[in-house]
Ligand binder design. Structure first.
Ligand code: SF4
Length: 353
């Protein structure tokens, strides 16, 4: 179980953070709402902590898919409409009763006795904008702690959490959080892939664990006790009935925390950019290309599975002959040799006498 103190005043606001928010809003473009970063994007960001470009664009809430389209290199991935609709229908089904089904599933995994219906609260976490929703979430968590002292359970559906990423606050929205009567908070991940005969695709379970670990870190920033295991809720076998399994988050949480700590601070990246730079997808392509190219990137082939800008960055990396196009391992092995041409020249150089 992770216990963290409540966030300090400086972590919640202050002039430096207001200035950074204003700078990021300018980079996003006038009047453009920040695109919320989800845990999937954050887990991918943590997997490539050396990429300033992604760190800045994600922290600014730039719509990278729209940006990639405006650059003429549209993103090649995304969820199909069918998969999206199926996932949405399943989540609606398991949360339709105000969280009672989620509590029952949590109890089936932990061996607890489910509460009677009158001992379960499901407070409203809606609010105006991300800031309003976050304020409402923090209030609901505090109320849940008071309710726990009276033996009550609380389920928060789509609470709004915040995580500091490279010195910039990022809003995150887990599917649900359950607060048990011992005041421990458990992240719930609802997925549309099936658990067949008690097992599921390890790659999908691993991705779910990474996302849940990101949410757990954000939940810990709100204070209180966070469970070491998340609750994974999926359809059972070939039905639409839910089943659940625990997801041990300890290793993933430590890994994501370490990777996020390696990210260069966003204000430092932003400070190196010329004034007037903007990533507004409405700008002409040549201005956008210049803006994107002004931020250093570390392309590698695995960008294609996690970043909307992959095709643009791949093209630029190929043009520059960067070793990263051959993979992270090759880039690391070539060390200080900045281009593939440098590496070939070094390989062809006569051996020292
Ligand atoms: S695709 Fe580009 S911006 Fe995205 S992580 Fe890779 S190098 Fe960075």
């Amino acid at each position: 179980m992770t216990h963290l103190p409540h966030p300090t005043a400086s972590a919640q606001g202050g002039p430096a953070r207001s200035a950074l928010r204003a700078r990021l809003a300018a980079l996003r473009g006038p009047g453009r709402a920040p695109r919320p970063m989800d845990s999937r994007a954050l887990a991918a960001l943590a997997a490539n902590p050396g990429c300033d470009r992604r760190a800045l664009l994600d922290s600014a809430g730039v719509d990278k898919a729209a940006l990639a389209g405006a650059l003429g290199a549209p993103s090649g991935f995304g969820r199909s409409q069918f998969a999206f609709a199926r996932g949405h229908a399943f989540e609606s089904r398991v949360t339709a009763d105000g969280g009672a089904e989620l509590v029952r599933l949590l109890c089936s995994v932990t061996g607890r006795t489910p509460p009677v219906a009158t001992a379960l609260d499901c407070p409203d976490t809606t609010g105006e904008g991300p800031a309003g929703r976050r304020a409402r979430t923090l209030r609901a968590l505090a109320e849940a702690d008071e309710a726990a002292a009276e033996g009550r359970w609380t389920v928060l559906l789509h609470p709004m959490l915040e995580l500091d990423v490279a010195g910039s606050p990022v809003c995150l929205e887990p599917d649900a959080v359950v607060v048990t009567p011992d005041a421990v908070r458990t992240i719930v991940e609802i997925k549309s892939f099936s658990i067949l005969d008690g097992s599921a695709d390890p790659a999908k379970v691993g991705a779910a664990a990474r996302q849940a670990a990101v949410y757990a870190l954000a939940l810990a920033e709100a204070g209180g006790a966070v469970a070491d295991a998340a609750l994974l809720v999926c359809p059972r076998d070939f039905s639409n009935l839910p089943t659940a399994a625990p997801l041990d988050l300890r290793r993933q949480r430590a890994t994501v925390r370490r990777q996020l700590a390696r990210l260069t601070r966003v204000e430092e990246i932003a400070a190196r950019l010329p004034q007037g730079v903007s990533f507004d997808p409405e700008l002409p392509p040549d201005r956008l290309t210049a803006a994107v190219d002004a931020v250093p990137a570390t392309y590698a082939p695995d960008c294609q599975s996690g970043c909307d800008l992959a095709f643009h960055c791949r093209e630029r990396a190929r043009e520059a002959g960067e070793p990263g196009v051959l993979g992270r391992a090759t880039r690391a092995e070539l060390g200080g040799l900045g281009t593939i041409a440098d590496a070939l020249a070094a390989a062809r150089a006569p051996a020292p006498p």
